[in-house]
Design a protein around this ligand. Structure first.
Ligand code: PBG
Length: 323
């Protein structure tokens, strides 16, 4: 069909028609809101490079949880800022660690809220790398047991889902086996299957105080140039028992999200990361963009590319903008 027989504008004439033929949906139910949890009492400390996002102490989490639920956001993911760090990341799996206490508080104050946890060591190691160092190298196999121990400690504290973000080879299988062994067969794994070594994590590293003290993460996170490798990474995680496959970052990697959507039938998540959030906030603060519309369009684009789930610092802003 060609013009003038076919006129695409016929179905764009009013909002009711536009809504009738809309191909992609977006609602707060698709979103996961990240929370940074810190020690102390009564703390809500703003993060300079992430306007609107605070580091929150455990006692403030109940209020935060209720706010999310009231906005229709049923899922959060936790990141911890421990008081002490050491080379072995012992704070990551401590029974009374920051995340373990945060999970208990949330499940106590708002049991309906689904609590996922980021499983990684970089917030807990004094050197800021995501695994155990041997010399200046991050040792893959020496890290696996600690990641599994960390995931189990989160499940024991009541976590509803664990999300390994370290990018060690074999960690999904190791975590699955450890969870099953400890009677947590029902706790799903949302794997950061395809996580790139990205400059878009800059603000997060300020927020979570987890920048590597030397070198970078290119020996474990993926090269931004690669997409076939993304398929190999995701295939491994499927075989090891992942329940959800994540791509991270999101906006600069929409092609990767679309590829995963085509190749796999597991749910696909996308992490709209700190730098992507900071760029929107910075431009909006200058009055250069319409923040509400840019946020909605960005999240819609991530869904259109094929993500079922979006982890985003914009979750509350977006949900509020609907009301
Ligand atoms: C931990 C982790 C990072 C992010 C999520 N989990 C930082 C990193 O890998 O350096 C980044 C999230 C964001 O930028 O919003 N490894």
């Amino acid at each position: 069909m060609v013009f003038p027989d076919y006129r695409p504008r016929r179905l764009r004439r009013n909002e009711t028609f536009r809504a009738l033929i809309r191909e992609t949906s977006l609602s707060p139910a698709h979103l996961v809101y990240p929370l940074f949890v810190t020690t102390g009492k009564g703390v809500r400390a703003p993060i300079g490079s992430m306007p609107g996002i605070d580091r929150i102490s455990v006692d403030q989490l109940g209020r935060e949880a209720k706010e999310c639920l009231a906005l229709g956001i049923g899922n959060v993911i936790l990141f911890g800022l421990p008081d002490k760090k050491d080379p072995a990341a012992s704070g990551a799996y401590a029974a009374d660690g920051i995340i373990q206490r945060a999970i208990k508080e949330l499940k106590n104050k708002a049991p309906e809220l689904m609590v996922s946890t980021d499983v990684c060591l970089c917030e807990y190691t004094s050197h800021g790398h995501c695994g155990i160092l041997v010399g200046e190298e991050v040792d893959n196999d020496a890290t696996l047991g600690i990641l599994a121990k960390t995931a189990v400690s989160h499940a024991r504290a009541g976590a509803d889902m664990v999300a390994p973000s370290d990018m060690m080879d074999g960690r999904v299988g190791e975590i699955r086996a450890a969870l099953d062994e400890e009677d947590f067969a029902n706790v799903p794994i949302m794997s950061y299957a395809v996580k790139y070594a990205s400059a878009f994590y800059g603000p997060f590293r300020e927020a979570a105080d987890c920048a590597p003290q030397f070198g970078d993460r290119s020996s474990y996170q993926m090269d931004p140039a690669n997409v076939r490798e993304a398929i190999r990474e995701a295939t491994l995680d499927v075989e090891e028992g992942a329940d959800i496959l994540m791509v991270k970052p999101a906006v600069a990697y929409l092609d990767v999200i679309a590829r995963l959507r085509e190749e796999f039938d597991l749910p696909v998540a996308a992490y709209h990361v700190s730098g992507e959030y900071a760029m929107i906030k910075a431009a909006a603060a200058q009055g250069w963009i319409d923040e509400k519309r840019v946020v909605a369009e960005t999240l819609l684009a991530i869904r259109r590319a094929g993500a079922d789930i979006i982890i985003t610092y914009c979750a509350k802003d977006y949900a509020r903008s609907l009301g």
